[in-house]
Design a protein around this ligand. Structure first.
Ligand code: FAD
Length: 431
């Protein structure tokens, strides 16, 4: 009789926690090793000056079916934890698009026809573009860059500036000149071309650890799993049957390992294992893109015209009003995604730039009490055309890869991470 699996999950980001929740729900013995003091990985809380910030401001979409399913499963407060709004795209004083609560595709048609700031021809060009993609079943014969795709479908410079470029950078964290058109189209297919709910935007009303990773940890513990926070795995050794995992000077044996590390840290554990050479080669070829988050605490309530407000020309891409979203009065989060000249600035210079940009654009603001810059230099892999990504199920028996970089139709997102974790758990339980 086969013995019951004992699973080590290395990494407690959204991928690792999704694996562990899925296994624990089936009463499979699981231990999560997480180097940080709290779970959540790149989507975790950062405490600063008694204020709960996030490592990076995140947007979820209604198409994140598996992330939303797991949040509902583990978080009893899920209904109040997320603000769900119909697709709304506000580029400060330049362009506004708001989808009504009507069934698809009427919601999108009305949103596009009513979009403020764009000419009639530009609005029809988007409708024609989406109709053409639909005719091609959202599938390109050969992948190319998003910039080439938009040029081919004659999207105007204005629409590229206020809509397509910011959408590409927000979704793929990769500039359109080098971003994969096929992955971008996959995102369009599952958001703009699906049900109205799939195009909804979801903004967290709590910090990102509280949204999923912490309630997931409680769920795993309630179901007999083991969460080891502040425990960095230092070595992994394949045995004749199973694996030895070394952490905090202790060595323990497991029948299965799910490696749920960020891609740039995977090599340290898999390089030199012949069965994983293919995955290691793919990961070694990844390039990375940064995301900078600037948090500014103003002394008095600052209210933006929308909870999420965009700027087409940078250097800041989006502002989030944490007062409206999370009741954190006067707290504004600013995001700069993907590569750019801002990377040359020091954190102090970037903080000062964000402060002056917000003052210039919003106006009438007192100086902030404090500014905190969080730089994630390898926030995601660069999602370039034709990029090869490793599968979650590997040729090494009982060894799996979970994470936002694994093979998927999607770019590096919470949903990609969660789906990969669920796939690892399904592969373990199927055997
Ligand atoms: C600033 C920023 C903004 C983003 N915005 C969005 C967004 O708006 N929408 C969206 O969908 N996605 C967004 N993303 C992407 C999203 O955060 C990631 O795709 C997702 O969190 C990746 O999860 P993961 O579990 O694959 O990896 P990670 O979150 O990186 O988890 C890996 C975990 O492994 C742990 N670890 C590392 N080494 C060890 C070790 N040796 N032993 C034990 N543990 C270890 C780490 O501490 C970490 O917790 C953003 C990312 C960033 C950085």
């Amino acid at each position: 009789m086969a013995t019951a699996p004992t699973v080590a999950v290395i990494g407690g980001g959204y991928a690792g926690m999704a694996t562990a929740v899925s296994l624990a729900a089936q009463n499979i013995s699981v231990t999560v090793f997480e180097a940080g003091k709290q779970p959540g990985g790149r989507a975790r809380r950062v405490d600063h000056q008694n204020t709960a910030l996030d490592n990076g401001l995140h947007i979820l979409s209604g198409a994140y079916s598996e992330t939303l399913r797991l949040i509902c499963l583990v978080n009893p407060q899920h209904e109040s934890a997320l603000l769900r709004i119909p697709l709304a795209w506000h580029m400060h004083r330049e362009f506004d698009l708001v989808a009504p609560r009507l069934p698809a595709p009427l919601h999108l048609l009305i949103a596009l026809l009513g979009a403020r700031g764009a000419g009639l021809g530009e609005r029809f060009a988007i409708i024609r573009f989406i109709a053409e993609l639909k005719r091609a079943d959202f599938c390109l014969a050969v992948d190319c860059s998003v910039e080439q795709l938009l040029g081919y479908f004659k999207q105007s410079d204005f629409m590229q500036r206020v809509f397509w470029r910011p959408l590409c950078v927000a979704a793929l964290n990769t500039p359109p000149a080098i971003a994969s058109a096929q992955v971008f189209i996959n995102v369009l297919r599952d958001t703009l071309n699906a049900s109205r709910e799939a195009s909804d935007l979801l903004l967290s009303r709590v910090d990102l650890s509280a949204l999923f990773a912490e309630p997931a940890a409680a769920f795993i513990a309630r179901h007999g799993g083991n969460i080891r926070l502040g425990t960095r795995v230092t070595a992994l050794e394949p045995l004749d049957a199973g694996f030895a995992v070394e952490a905090s000077g202790e060595r323990a044996a497991f029948s299965h390992v799910v490696c749920a590390l960020p891609p740039h840290q995977v090599g340290a554990f898999i390089d030199g294992i012949p069965a994983l050479a293919g995955a290691a080669t793919m990961i070694a070829q990844f390039r990375y893109q940064p995301i900078y988050s600037v948090w500014l605490q103003y002394p008095s309530p600052v209210t933006l015209p929308h909870p999420m407000l965009g700027f087409a020309d940078g250097p800041l891409h989006w502002l989030f009003d944490r007062g409206t979203l999370c009741g954190q009065s006067g707290l504004i989060g600013a995001v700069i995604s993907a590569e750019g000249a801002h990377q040359e600035l020091t954190q102090d210079e970037l903080g000062a730039l964000a402060q002056s940009e917000i003052a210039r654009r919003i106006g009438g603001l007192p100086p902030p009490q404090w500014v905190r810059v969080i730089a994630e230099k390898r926030a995601t892999f660069a999602c370039t055309p034709g990029l090869q990504r490793p599968t979650s199920v590997t040729p090494l028996k009982n060894f799996y890869l979970a994470g936002d970089y694994t093979a998927s139709e999607y770019p590096a997102t919470l949903e990609t991470a969660v789906r990969s974790g669920i796939a690892c758990a399904a592969a373990i339980t199927a055997r």
